[in-house]
Design a protein around this ligand. Structure first.
Ligand SMILES: Cc1cc2nc3c(=O)[nH]c(=O)nc-3n(C[C@H](O)[C@H](O)[C@H](O)COP(=O)(O)O)c2cc1C
Length: 221
């Protein structure tokens, strides 16, 4: 009798724990108290409640995400700022400001970035076998602004050189990476590019940072 009482208390305690965790368990309707079992193997499990997965959607299922709230949340993630450039044929170049850049792999050396489908540079990048990722210095904030807006000639007055990728390596950057096209993938309203780094260079100065919708300088705390 004492054993049956203990089993009932344990059963009630497990149920209370699951409910407190929001698990909203569905307990199969069978008495919690141990029932006679056909053999000893089942007797050990006799006190455990049967919990089955809930079939219906959780009560707190999220609504469609608010774009403004998403942008604001993502803006709390500070990034570096790059200008990614490619040869667009006949001595013309494309370049745009991007903070979607990130490192992926060291062996092989892979990086990635993404570009909006509405971007005018996308056709040139989609056909480019090579390109340059210029990582901007804090002193280059005006270039970051220029390459993010419509401009008659974004490269006018910009000091750069051409190297292995046949695209602008902008002077004064904290680093540049020349990449060979590796992979491309459609993702929502953007196209993700993965590049294999073939050559790179490290410059000097503080990097340019974009955080909370603003430019800033990357300085040690
Ligand atoms: C800090 C910053 C980061 C940006 N990052 C990206 C990015 O990663 N991908 C993208 O498609 N646009 C990005 N943009 C917007 C483009 O720079 C902008 O749309 C530009 O006009 C595209 O040029 P295009 O239409 O000539 O290709 C960014 C803008 C700023 C100011």
């Amino acid at each position: 009798m004492r054993g049956r009482l203990r089993a009932a208390q344990r059963c009630a305690s497990i149920l209370a724990t699951l409910t407190a965790r929001g698990a909203a368990p569905t307990i199969a309707h069978r008495p919690c108290l141990p029932q006679p079992r056909p053999n000893r193997r089942h007797r050990a499990d006799a006190h455990r409640p049967r919990v089955t997965a809930q079939a219906s959607a959780p009560r707190d299922a999220p609504k469609a995400i608010d774009e403004h709230a998403l942008r604001d949340a993502l803006a709390q993630f500070a990034t570096g700022v790059t200008i990614i450039c490619a040869h667009a044929g006949e001595g013309r170049y494309v370049g745009f400001t991007a903070n979607s850049f990130n490192s992926v792999s060291l062996a092989p050396p892979l990086v990635l970035w993404s570009i909006a489908h509405r971007s005018r540079s996308l056709p040139a990048f989609a056909g480019a076998p090579r390109y340059v990722v210029n990582i901007l210095a804090s002193s280059q904030v005006e270039l970051a602004r220029r390459f993010s807006r419509p401009h008659a000639d974004r490269f006018a007055g910009v000091a750069y050189e051409l190297g292995w990728a046949a695209a602008p390596r902008i002077a004064g950057c904290v680093a540049w990476l020349e990449c060979r096209h590796h992979a491309q993938m459609r993702a929502g309203d953007h196209e993700i590019f993965v590049g294999e780094v073939v050559t790179c260079h490290r410059g000097h100065g503080d990097g340019l940072v974009f955080a909370n919708h603003r430019f800033a300088a990357a300085r040690p705390l």
